[in-house]
Structure formats: C-alpha cells, structure tokens
Design a protein around this ligand. Structure first.
Ligand code: PGA
Length: 264
C-alpha cells in the first residue's frame, strides 16, 4: 500500500488528479471507477480544471460509479447520478452513454439480474483500470457496510445507522435518507487494476488507521484494500493523525520520488 500524506484537502485532490490524468494520457479509453460524497469533489474540480485549461480529453473515457441510493431516480437532487452529472460529467467532454451509475429505480424483482448485468458490463468492457474510493465513518467503501463479505458483489444493501446519520446532512430531514442502496461489492472493487482511497479531516482519522493498519475484517470493509497489490491512499494531515507508521509512509514517499518509481 502506498500512503501519501499531504497538507490539506486541496493537495489531496491535486495529487489524485495527477494520477487520474496520467492514466487518461496513457490510456485514452480507460475505465474509471468513481465515487460520490464530499471527499472526491475536489478531485472532480481538478479534473474539470485539467479539461478546461490543459485539454484533458475524456471523449473515450468510460466510467462506472460505485453505488446509488435505492428508490431515488437519476433526476433526484440527492441521487448519485445527479451528483455525478453536476459535479463532473456536465463539465467535461465525456459521452453520457459512457457513464454508468446504478439505477436506483430498478424494480425489486429485477435487482439481482440488474446487478449481475452491471458487473458483466464492467467485465466485457475490460475491467476497471482505476477505482476512486472515499471511506465512510463506519469504514465502508462503496456502500459496503460493516459485515459485508470481502467477496461480496454488486447488490442491494441496507444502510448502516451511522451512514444514514452521516448522509442526513444532504437531506432536509433524517427520515428522507433512503434506507437501501445498490453498491458494487468489496469483491467487485478489489478487481480494479489500481485503487486510490482518499480521506480528509480529523473525523476520518480513527477509521483510516483501522483500515490501513488494523486487521482485515468485514467490520471495516476498507481494510480489505490491504489485500490489493496496487492501492494508493492519499490523506491530508488530519486524516493521517492516528497512523502509527506515519513517519515511514512519509519517508517511503520521499524515497520513491527520488528514483521516480512507484512503490506499493
Ligand atoms: P464523504 O463520504 O466523502 O461524504 O465523507 C465517504 C463515503 O461515505 O464513502
């Protein structure tokens, strides 16, 4: 695992932006796995800036989002489809038909088939090259709440009480937060060729330390990332404050810069 610790949210977003840009330049038709939430907004702003100022070309890029609230249609302002359109897709030259967000309105009796198809689509297009992740207060990646199997696949899940509380800030009242979601599984996420996990702020410090340095457990689904060979964790100072091996991560990152080679 590469752990990069930077000063603040802006630097975290820029650092992630560099990695995404590098991939798009190397592989113009790459497949990106995308996340929603407050964490990646700065990264998306940076990608928009790179598109507008540096001509970063998204015309062949394909995207798959991790998750969607079950019950919300894509035009609902709190849906993740709406989030992606307004925070990224509408501002870059990506083809809308190349962007995929799970459909939160799929009838209950079609969910299983739909989730299977979502995974098949990823596979048939060649698999995700780079997956962007945030981490929930309960350690989730996607909406894989504590208890989700490390082998879990795309499916319907019930949201954890903490997630509902955390996400209620986007809704008028807590009762409006959907109780269910469709999410890629931990197993699905681990199949990406490369993964970036982003976290900022002191509120995430404890769970970040558990995910990176604690035991691999389905109780903190982000800890499953320890099983993946190519993960870069980018943290701001605050989110890194509970890490025991912080000084080592800083040393290793400085060292790899000198030889211009990524050490995972
Ligand atoms: P946040 O959410 O970026 O809004 O903190 C992260 C997550 O729940 O994955």
């Amino acid at each position: 695992m590469r752990v990069i610790i930077v000063k603040n949210y802006e630097e975290m977003s820029k650092e992630a932006g560099k990695l995404v840009k590098e991939l798009i330049i190397k592989k113009s038709n790459c497949i990106l796995g995308l996340a929603t939430g407050s964490t990646p907004i700065g990264l998306y702003k940076e990608l928009i800036r790179m598109h507008k100022e540096e001509g970063l070309d998204f015309s062949k890029v394909i995207t798959f989002n991790l998750d969607e609230y079950y019950g919300l249609s894509g035009d609902h302002p709190q849906s993740y489809r709406y989030f992606m359109d307004t925070n990224l897709f509408n501002e870059i030259n990506i083809k809308k038909e190349n962007t995929h967000v799970p459909d939160g309105k799929i009838p209950i009796d079609e969910i299983e088939e739909y989730c299977k198809k979502y995974e098949e689509m990823i596979k048939n297009l060649g698999g995700i090259d780079l997956q962007i992740l945030g981490i929930g207060g309960d350690g989730h990646i996607g909406f894989n709440e504590p208890g989700s199997s490390i082998y879990s696949r795309t499916r319907l899940v019930a949201l954890d009480e903490q997630t509902i509380k955390d996400n209620s800030r986007f809704f008028e009242k807590i009762e409006d937060v959907p109780k269910f979601a469709l999410t890629m599984g931990v197993g699905t996420i681990l199949e990406a060729r490369e993964i970036i996990l982003l976290a900022n702020g002191s509120k995430k410090a404890e769970v970040v330390a558990k995910a990176i340095e604690g035991p691999i457990t389905s109780q903190i689904t982000a800890s499953a990332l320890q099983l993946h060979p190519k993960v870069t964790v980018i943290l701001d100072e605050e989110a890194s404050s509970h890490l025991r091996r912080k000084e080592y991560y800083k040393f290793a990152y400085e060292a790899e810069k000198k030889i211009n080679f990524r050490i995972f």
